[in-house]
Design a protein around this ligand. Sequence first.
Ligand SMILES: O=P(O)(O)OC[C@H]1O[C@](O)(COP(=O)(O)O)[C@@H](O)[C@@H]1O
Ligand SMILES: [Mg+2]
Ligand SMILES: [Mg+2]
Length: 335
Amino acid sequence: MNDKLALPVGTTLDRFIMRKQEAFPYATGELSQLLRDIALAAKIVNREINRAGLLDVTGAYGQQNVQGEDQQKLDVIANIRFIRALRNGGEVCTIISEEEDDIIQTGNHKGKYIVAIDPLDGSSNIDVNVSIGTIFSVYRRLSEQGCDGTEEDCLQKGDRQVAAGYVIYGSSTMLVYTTGHGVNGFTYDPSLGEFFLSHPTITSPTTGNIYSINEGTYNYFPEGVKQYVNYCKENDYSARYIGSLVADFHRNLLKGGIYMYPATTKAPKGKLRLMYECNALAFIVEQAGGKATNGSQRIMEMQPTELHQRCPLFIGSTEMVDKVHEFLKAEVEVG
Ligand SMILES: O=P(O)(O)OC[C@H]1O[C@](O)(COP(=O)(O)O)[C@@H](O)[C@@H]1O
Ligand SMILES: [Mg+2]
Ligand SMILES: [Mg+2]
């Protein structure tokens, strides 16, 4: 990382984006503007979330998304807010969203970018005041500008992301992102309406003692995962599971730890979605020195075939992901 570009804690997000752009003489500012558009939508969604209990935005929306999940009102509100900000910003031609069956064409034919987004992550925690989030991935389109983005533009490997990040709406609201040059975190000050650099150059500890998995489905885990969970217990690791991917990931990123959502006999492909959950967090964790796999392959090398495809996820501190792989491998060898 080029220290000359190191900016002090307290730098506004806008200034940070601008300064980083200056480091790339060929940069034309579109990606910078796109990141600002996401930050703007995050501020609006944050306001809705903070007042959720007062406004009629809690509870189910009364419809299901393409995955058969009951949409929460805030899922729909966040989806509308992010799509509107990206459409009005003009830099994005096509969007993939968890809450939309098909790809969304914004009509910005000159837009160079594709965004894949989980507008509201941790939906089961919305109404109980537990941290939730937003997850996004950004790709450059492959097709010529001047028309709508194509399915091929959308189904690119994680390795081709040009930016990725998440917003966590927790005790404070933070935006954490990477453009492939390290990971930085910004904390939102609602009284000033600004994100400020609070976590420069985040580096994830190579190991830790926190494991995050929904043990309620232990009986359906692959043998290797059961063995690893037992190993964590034998070594007095702490079990921490919020049930919001963004929040579990964020804690483990800062403190060291591993989050796992394996394929199970109940969910043979796992639960989480490659395009707008796994790829983004894999880019972030790798940029912070950690690892992300589906149990055998790097997440970022997986070739997507469907917009809403699911995949198993093992993500976090390098040594811990390597350890669970040992157990998974042993299972295959025995099997
Ligand atoms: O309830 P489970 O099966 O443990 O699943 C929890 C996981 O599902 C999710 O809620 C899925 O994300 P969405 O809320 O965006 O659908 C993750 O945030 C979370 O880690
Ligand atoms: Mg999610
Ligand atoms: Mg969601």
